[in-house]
Design a protein around this ligand. Structure first.
Ligand code: PEP
Ligand code: MN
Length: 264
């Protein structure tokens, strides 16, 4: 198996030759749930650059539960991301949902994101597996560890082993939180695979006030980083505002995970 640990060294996934995930540093990936406008994405890019965060997230194609909800700006959103990333020297991660968009999006992004709902979209996995760009594979909301690793295997089998796993919570009977963030998978994955593991406490909890505590926990349990949603004005966000951090909260998160990282 391409993704099993065996005697392999920890995989360091290089992003665009200027940063990497899994090198021992704790990576913070931040940005809005969705790219909404030039003004919004530029203000976020500027702020995360001022915090020395190197990877900007932003959805252009949004997998919304309702077809009547904001679906994202599509390629227009990818163009805005690229423009903002260029100005502020950032790397971009963005979700692609359609295998036909993989090639078209190639020049706009640095990391392909495969969302929870598409973890077992095998046609999409094979398509990103044929590229030479890193892929972040989010855990399916009802996926077991084995199913998740087999999905990663589909990507690796096509020749691309630059894979980052992202725990984003699973569906359980508990509905106080949006999902149940399963942090036990971090040490489990560390023993089963050499791939880096990122935690998404935004979708994992669905509540702004739980994002920082669970990011601290992710650092304590040995994750390689976190991906969090941030917005200049979370109340006005077109999607997922209730789980987004404002700029001050993002700064606090960075400070607090750094303290934990120094202890572990
Ligand atoms: C996202 O990160 O933009 C997202 C839609 O998350 P998930 O696929 O984990 O629901
Ligand atoms: Mn979101």
């Amino acid at each position: 198996r391409h993704v099993s640990r065996k005697n392999r060294e920890d995989k360091v996934v290089k992003i665009n030759n200027n940063t990497s995930i899994g090198s021992g540093d704790f990576t913070i990936i931040a940005g809005p749930c969705a790219v909404e406008s030039e003004e919004q994405i530029f203000s976020i890019a500027k702020y995360i650059n001022s915090l020395d965060i190197e990877i900007l997230r932003g959805g252009a194609f949004k997998p919304r539960t309702s077809p009547y909800s904001f679906q994202g700006l599509g390629f227009e959103g990818l163009k805005l991301l690229k423009k903002a990333a260029k100005k502020y020297n950032l790397n971009i991660i963005s979700e692609i949902m359609d295998p036909r968009d993989v090639e078209k999006a190639y020049d706009f992004i640095d990391i392909y994101q495969i969302g929870s709902r598409n973890m077992q979209n095998f046609a999409l996995l094979k398509e990103v597996g044929k590229t030479d760009k890193p892929v972040m594979l989010k855990r399916g909301m009802t996926a077991t560890v084995k199913e998740w690793l087999m999905a990663a295997e589909y990507i690796a089998l096509e020749g691309n082993d630059n894979i980052i796993l992202c725990e984003r919570g699973i569906r359980t009977f508990e509905n106080y939180t949006r999902n149940t963030l399963d942090l036990t998978v971090v040490p489990i994955l560390k023993s089963l695979t050499h791939l880096p593991v990122i935690v998404d406490p935004s979708h994992g909890t669905g509540k702004t006030e739980l994002v920082i505590p669970m990011a601290r926990a992710a650092a304590a349990v040995g994750a390689d980083g976190v991906m969090v949603e941030t917005h200049p004005s979370p109340c006005d966000a077109l999607s997922d505002g209730y789980q987004s951090l404002d700029f001050e909260q993002l700064k606090k998160l960075r400070k607090e995970v750094n303290i934990i990282k120094k202890c572990v």
